[in-house]
Design a protein around this ligand. Structure first.
Ligand code: SAM
Length: 219
């Protein structure tokens, strides 16, 4: 299920009434992810979320995008398409296991030359980025226990009116299940509570995909 809480037929209707309705590169990438990595392919974002993020990046005129958690490159594919011409994207992932699949799709879409992959723990990679504000848009979709530190590393590096998008914040509804005390559920519940309490950011949760929080620093 690509949109938690939305019936399959409504989700299909939404995707089919998008324009353009189909995307061959994204479809091929989703298939390659399933063929090569089985159930892990469920980590790819859906087309509706991808289209939204592409349009959002383009509308804000993003020239620098950072992604935390790239897997086979689905979200990066959509985000890179939204970059302003000449723009750049840096993608962090712990492992290089999925990079070949990602690069194939990025090449097919003609965006590979805009994307740089960096491997290793994302917190270490983010800490090495320039300290000054230079990021227009960031997308966080990696280990859930790291979300809070990723946000803290990204916020000071955002340009004015920059935005951090954070994925899976509804966790298929498990954030509401107080009986669920698994590590990731607790981390996401605490992250959502933390964001809602922060005095230095505006935030809104979109009910697209598995829940996507948009966070913008108040300056
Ligand atoms: C949910 S998947 C990302 C899906 C991707 N955004 C997409 O739409 O296809 C999460 C990814 O985060 C990576 N990851 C997990 N822990 C990490 C860490 N500490 N630093 C960087 N990446 C990490 C995993 O290797 C995995 O590829």
């Amino acid at each position: 299920m690509k949109s938690f809480g939305i019936p399959e037929d409504i989700h299909s209707y939404v995707v089919e009434r998008s324009n353009p309705a189909a995307d061959a590169v994204a479809e091929n990438l989703a298939q390659a992810s399933r063929d090569r990595f089985g159930d892990r392919a469920g980590m790819n974002i859906g087309d509706d979320q991808g289209r939204f993020m592409e349009m959002f990046a383009a509308a804000m005129g993003a020239t620098t995008i950072v992604e935390v958690g790239t897997f086979t490159g689905m979200s990066a594919l959509w985000l890179a398409r939204g970059l302003t011409p000449g723009g750049r994207m840096i993608c962090f992932d712990l492992v290089d296991t999925y990079a070949e699949t990602a690069t194939e799709a990025w090449q097919a879409a003609g965006v590979a030359d805009r994307i740089e992959m960096r491997f290793g723990p994302a917190a270490e990679g983010l800490a090495l980025l320039p300290d000054e504000p230079h990021i227009d848009l960031a997308f966080v979709d990696a280990d859930k226990t790291g979300y809070r530190s990723y946000l803290d590393l990204l916020l000071p590096r955002l340009r004015d009116n920059g935005v951090v998008l954070v994925d899976n914040v509804l966790w298929s509804g498990r954030v509401l299940d107080t009986a669920d005390d698994s590590t990731d559920t607790v981390a996401l519940r605490e992250f959502n509570d933390h964001v809602a309490r922060r005095g230095d950011c505006d935030a809104v949760i979109l009910t697209i995909g598995d829940g996507l929080t948009m966070i913008r620093p108040r300056r």
